[in-house]
Design a protein around this ligand. Sequence first.
Ligand code: FAD
Length: 321
Amino acid sequence: MARKVLTLAEVRDGALRNVSFEAISTAKTIAEGGEVVAVVVGASVRSLAPELIAYGADRVIVVEHEKLATYTPDGYAQALQAVVEQEKPEGIVFGHTALGKDLSPKLAAKWQSGLVSDVVAVEATGGNIVFTRPIYSGKAFEKKIVTDGLMFVTVRPNNIAPLEKDESRTGAVVDVQVDIKDLRTIVRDIVRKTAEGVDLSEAKVIVAGGRGVKSAEGFEPLKELANVLGGAVGASRGACDAGYCDYSLQIGQTGKVVTPDLYIACGISGAIQHLAGMSNSKVIVAINKDPEANIFKVADYGIVGDLFEVVPLLIEEFKKL
Ligand code: FAD
């Protein structure tokens, strides 16, 4: 059954986030041969449309307004509501990001629809679309189908592969004017705690430190290793609570959920709440002094040793590559 499916493109610092392309690929599966329409919202975002087409969008809707320069829930909801009313799609796909998690339930409630959140796989079975999502902090997976209403979906970053970028793809770019009413919130300033380096939720490589790192200075070798590998630094809550790093780096049940290609856990015991945020990483390397540490149960490669000896050796070896 061919469907029309919208996706919301996410923009940060003037560039599209990877999850925008993963949402398009998810929407392609849901559309089953129907049309995938990417929606990009902002103050000046039209120039991003060709990239969305190159990643598989059949059409791009551009909603530009000075009041949409930064994300606000009611501003974006007004923009998307107008587009959904005009387009009447069967589904709409967001990234399972801070923005997507904030906005999608607001719109789903407006349409009195359910929301399939945190999707890690999608399959078209010639009728129903089957969504897979983790439950019980990643200990099990459930499969869901939507039987009624507009399909609202959020996809976990780094799980569903984007389509190959192909600049020969063509598609229409359409401007939609939306009269944005007064906003209840106005963003005056954005203060970024992790201004430097790679975005944690989209990083392909993460080097994470726990209480075993012992101090803020102890994170320096981890930062260097992340740098050498082109990755980002993360942390356990133990490390954040101890004041070794900022809470914006926290990975786990009450922190960020990440799925990098490579996760290197240094001095992290592997509490269930930490595993909830990283156990779906493709390859997990654990460095811990304690051979009984729980982290070794989920690790593909385990190194029993002192991280202050092991990490410098890894830096040295990776620098040779
Ligand atoms: P520890 O458990 O103290 O482990 C430190 C590890 O470092 C040990 O295994 C030790 O052997 C090893 N070590 C020490 N020195 C070295 C060395 N030199 N070299 C190598 N290894 C060394 N935690 C999260 O991480 N994320 C969450 O989102 C989160 N949410 C929570 C929500 C709730 C409601 C609760 C109750 C808890 C939550 N926690 C979360 C906390 C979680 O239960 C653990 O307390 C925390 O993950 C422990 O952090 P850690 O592994 O760094 O510290």
